[in-house]
Design a protein around this ligand. Structure first.
Ligand code: NAG
Ligand code: NAG
Ligand code: NAG
Ligand code: NAG
Ligand code: NAG
Ligand code: NAG
Ligand code: NAG
Ligand code: CU
Length: 573
């Protein structure tokens, strides 16, 4: 009897092993050609940078555990790189993508194959160019199908990526150079887009409207990605409720909401029940507009698409008849944004435990904000008061080096190109969010400074907004790791008072956190991925101004805790 039992168990174990290994060894190969493609939007025709001529670019849909090989061939005369946003890149930092941080750019005519595996995460992520402003048009969805069934009750009938972007009528390729030359802000975009389409509220755009046909009483999974460059967005669908189930490829406790707020860099996966019965025309507007209040000019327009119930015979409503979802929050609705974010919780079940570090080894406090510096004597500056805008973390405005930091780190090159002395606390303590911005010395210091932590450090990073130029919501993205947002608050972070209300049970797990306007966010990281990791504001305008830094996670003692050697085709510079 006992023997039989053992045999049965053994057979069961073998079959499990076979299943697991066949899942984990699937290799998926993709070819990405970076090339120009002429696109017309808003009556404006221009060549844009694309992958394989597609806009948005191709969706990468894989299973948890797959190995990916994506050969990127640069067919244009500009340097390029691609970042797989939110993929942890465990020991494969060479494939992460930010130019001059983990690799030299892929130069014109060259190729580089990004090799990495996707494990320990499942859900919606995305990829985008990570050099200059190329991500304006070079982006696409990544879908990681789970090994286990979805942990929510309702079966999903169909899945739909919804990617928000921004469109400029003029070329975006020169924007960063002009910003660097004159020190002023970029032009605002001319439209927001849903899956590359602006929708009927813009000139010449009726044809360029995203329409999703749906059937009654089905459950659709919307994989929502904010690929916009400079704007947090609100999104909702008229007469429908959304159920949030996953963010940044980590499951959440499901909750219903009328609208979502999503920062650049984030993803939000929702379930949509098409249970609307009293539809008169069968078309329901879905709409996104910014969540922002800023002293800087910004694109305050609204992009819409439609849900179209399958059996309707009505035509799409005319622009003048479009009814925006009444529940779409106003642009300056901070209360809604705060309430939405406060509802996010890790799923935290036995199958999907929330692995937030309960104790920390090190706390780093980093101010994030804008600066203004005097115009050098021989330059023309077009920023505020004829000065130059910049931005910083702990008053360090990040200067991109012209070599790969990861390579220098790996090869033990002593370096004058970057240093390890990034300040672990703000250099001056002041009322960060309460200052009169224009009475302060707004200059930052410039440099390429990083900080280093030992393998396995349980790290807490407190991100503190400043009001030096302008109070703002900064979406801070950290490469190479997910983090747990243990608390957010307004005003100045107070370690004595604020740590008392940390959520160490089921805080949301993400790769990008919106630091509240005039407030702070405390995130915890298990620094278990050796390499060099970029940490920056995902508002492209702020990254250009230097709102970035990097940290090094040193190798651990075990071989499995070490950064792998660089691939032989790694670009050089
Ligand atoms: C910004 O817009 C102005 C006027 O529309 C245009 O002259 C200028 O070239 C634009 N700048 C960039 C960087 O596109
Ligand atoms: C958007 O901004 C423009 C320029 O500042 C302003 O005229 C317009 O009323 C604003 N539109 C909305 C919807 O706020
Ligand atoms: C401005 O002057 C600085 C210092 O003398 C020099 O390094 C820089 O190249 C000059 N820039 C221009 C645009 O002439
Ligand atoms: C860098 O230094 C470490 C420690 O001394 C050594 O183990 C490693 O092999 C060196 N790496 C290279 C690429 O030389
Ligand atoms: C910081 O400034 C704000 C706004 O002026 C004020 O309400 C707050 O009390 C100040 N905080 C401290 C600690 O001084
Ligand atoms: C930032 O650094 C600049 C240049 O060293 C200095 O003048 C300024 O006071 C510093 N500001 C803060 C807030 O630390
Ligand atoms: C492209 O990258 C190479 C290698 O880093 C560099 O030498 C070159 O100046 C870059 N070209 C441009 C246009 O930035
Ligand atoms: Cu920012």
């Amino acid at each position: 009897m006992a023997n039989q039992y053992c045999v049965l168990l053994a057979i069961f174990a073998v079959s499990l092993l076979v299943t697991a290994s066949s899942l984990s060894t699937t290799s998926r190969r993709y070819q990405f050609n970076v090339e120009w493609k002429t696109i017309t939007r808003l009556c404006s025709t221009k060549p844009i940078l694309t992958v394989n001529g597609e806009y948005p670019g191709p969706t990468i849909a894989v299973n948890e555990g797959d190995n990916l090989e994506i050969k990127v061939t640069n067919g244009v005369s500009l340097n390029t790189t691609i970042h797989w946003h939110g993929i942890k890149q465990l020991r494969t930092g060479w494939a992460d993508g930010p130019a001059y941080v983990t690799q030299c750019p892929i130069t014109p005519g060259q190729s580089y194959t990004y090799k990495f595996s996707v494990s320990g995460q499942r859900g919606t992520l995305w990829w985008h160019a990570h050099i200059a402003w190329q991500r304006a048009t070079i982006y696409g969805a990544i879908i990681i199908y789970p090994r286990m069934p979805y942990p929510f009750a309702a079966p999903v009938d169909a899945e739909i990526p919804i990617i928000f972007g921004e469109w400029w009528n003029l070329p975006v390729e020169g924007i960063e150079d002009l910003m660097n030359k004159y020190g002023d802000g970029p032009n605002s975009s001319d439209a927001y887009t849903i899956n590359g389409l602006p929708g009927p509220l813009y000139p010449c755009s009726v044809e360029d409207t995203f329409i999703q046909t749906v059937e009654h009483n089905k459950i659709y999974m919307l994989r929502i990605i904010n690929a916009a460059l400079n704007d947090e967005l609100f999104f909702s669908i008229a007469s429908h409720t959304l159920t949030v189930v996953e963010i940044d490829a980590a499951y959440t406790k499901p909750f219903d909401t009328e609208a979502i707020m999503i920062t650049p860099g984030q993803t939000v996966t929702v379930l949509l029940n098409t249970n609307h019965h009293t539809s008169s025309d069968g078309f329901f507007a879905m709409a996104a507009r910014p969540y922002l209040s800023s002293v800087f000019p910004f694109d305050n327009s609204t992009t819409i698409g439609f849900l179209k119930y399958k059996h309707t015979s009505s035509p799409m409503p005319k622009a003048s008849n479009v009814v925006l979802p009444p529940q779409l929050p106003r642009m300056e609705d901070h209360a809604y944004a705060t309430k939405f974010v406060s509802q996010l919780r890790s799923l935290g079940t036995l199958k999907y435990p929330c692995k937030v570090p309960k104790k920390i080894d090190k706390r780093v406090v980093i101010t994030v904000g804008l600066n203004l510096q005097d115009c050098p004597a021989n330059q023309t500056c077009k920023g505020f008061e004829g000065k130059r805008f910049s931005a910083s973390m702990n008053n360090q405005s990040f200067v991109r080096p012209l070599t790969s930091i990861l390579e220098w780190h790996y090869r033990n090159y002593s370096s004058t190109k970057y240093s390890h002395d990034f300040p672990l606390n703000p250099p001056h303590v002041f009322n960060y969010t309460g200052v009169d911005p224009l009475k302060y010395n707004l200059n930052p210091t410039f440099g390429t400074k990083l900080f280093a932590v030992e393998y396995g450090t349980k790290l807490e990073i407190v991100l503190q907004d400043t009001g030096l130029m302008n109070l703002e919501n900064h979406p801070i993205h950290i490469h190479g790791h997910n983090f747990f947002i243990v608390a957010t608050g307004f005003g100045n972070f107070d370690p004595k008072k604020d740590t008392a209300r940390y959520n160490l049970v089921d805080p949301p797990e993400r790769n990008t956190v919106g630091v509240p306007m005039g407030g702070w966010a405390a995130v915890r990281i298990n620094a278990d991925n050796p390499g060099v990791w970029f940490m920056h504001c995902h508002l492209e305008e702020h990254t250009t101004w230097g709102l970035a830094a990097g940290f090094i996670v040193k190798n651990g003692v075990k071989p499995s805790q070490r950064l792998l050697p660089p691939p032989s085709d790694l670009p050089r510079c």
